[in-house]
Each structure stands twice: as C-alpha cells, then as structure tokens.
Design a protein around this ligand. Sequence first.
Ligand code: ITT
Length: 191
Amino acid sequence: MKKIVFATNNAHKLQEVRAILGPEWELTTLREAGITEEIPENEPTIEGNALAKARYVWERTGLDCFADDTGLEVDALGGAPGVHSARYATDGHDFAANRAKLLAEMEGKSDRKARFLTVVALIEGGVEHCFEGVVEGTITTSEMGEGGFGYDPLFIPEGYTQTFAEIAPEEKNAISHRGRAIVKLAEWFRQ
Ligand code: ITT
C-alpha cells in the first residue's frame, strides 16, 4: 500500500485519480492532512502551480504528496483559458460560467483545436518530480453530455465523436491528460 497526500480540493479529480491508481494506493486528502484553507495558485504556468500546491503541503506537513494542475489550451484563443482555466469567467470555480464564456469566445471560429494539459508535481522525501499528460481534441459548439466535470461537455478528444462528458469515466481516464500524467507517476514509483 502506497500512502500519499493528494493536494486537491477538487472532488472530481480525487475520484478520477483514485480510479486510475487503484486499491494499492491510499490517497490522503488535504483535510485529512490538516489543510483546510485554499492553497494559493498564483504562478504563471501550469507546472509552476502544480509545484506550488505540492510545496505548500510538503512545507506544512512533511508528508510525501502530489498535486495536479490542469489547463485547457484553445488555439483560436491564443492558448486561453490555459493556466486561468479554473477562474476563466469568475474568480471562483464556476464550471457552468466558464463553459458559457468559452462557447461565447469561440462563436464563429472555425479553428476548434484545443488540448488539456495536466502537470502532476510529486514531492517524495523532499525531492521534486513533474509528470505531464496531454490530450488533443476539439471544442464543440454546444454542451454535450452530463458526465465528467469542468469543460468536459465541450471537449471531444481526438479520434472520438463524443465529448469527455458523454464517454464512460473509465474511457476518459484511459486517454485523458490526467490519466496519462498519473500513469507516469505510478510508473516512476514502480521503477
Ligand atoms: P485543485 O484543488 O486541484 O487546484 P481546481 O479545480 O482548482 O482543483 P485546477 O487549478 O487544475 O483545479 O483548475 C483547472 C480547471 O480546469 C478546473 O477548475 C476545471 O474547470 C478544469 N478542468 C480540470 N481538469 C479537467 C478535466 O479533466 N475535464 C474538464 N475540465 C477540467
């Protein structure tokens, strides 16, 4: 059993990562690690924010931990919302408002190419490692599907005809940005 803190306040991420890593991993939540406040995410890059979240936990608890920072990069919007994906429409985490803003910004645009990028930052025994996962795809012109979270109803992964919110959770995890980064983390521990 591998016991480690997963530094997230996003219950959807926790559910996905638990499913990807399986029963040999015991993921401690931030609350269980004694951290109840929001962790600041003020860095200009996704990797910077992933490291900032992991360092915040390491410095306060001394426990091995990892964090996930994710962004949706849309080509026609010059890479936006990118590192600002959580706070695109408001300064909170309003998924519905973020999706509405993205659809409005993309109205009439023919280039719909986009990608999700996840950086997972691990701190083990004080040593830092980063693992990256990317999935390419396109942005829809309306919301499709009820599953997943965040921008999932607007994102069709390459090679598919349905959005991440329409395909089964196991299928999303098998090809997603987060799935790919977390598999690299697990492989690193196996070696
Ligand atoms: P943390 O506590 O882990 O920081 P968060 O929700 O703030 O949780 P991020 O800073 O990584 O997460 O923000 C990324 C935003 O991008 C998130 O709020 C979602 O709106 C969106 N997002 C992240 N992963 C996604 C996924 O797999 N599918 C769709 N949208 C996703």
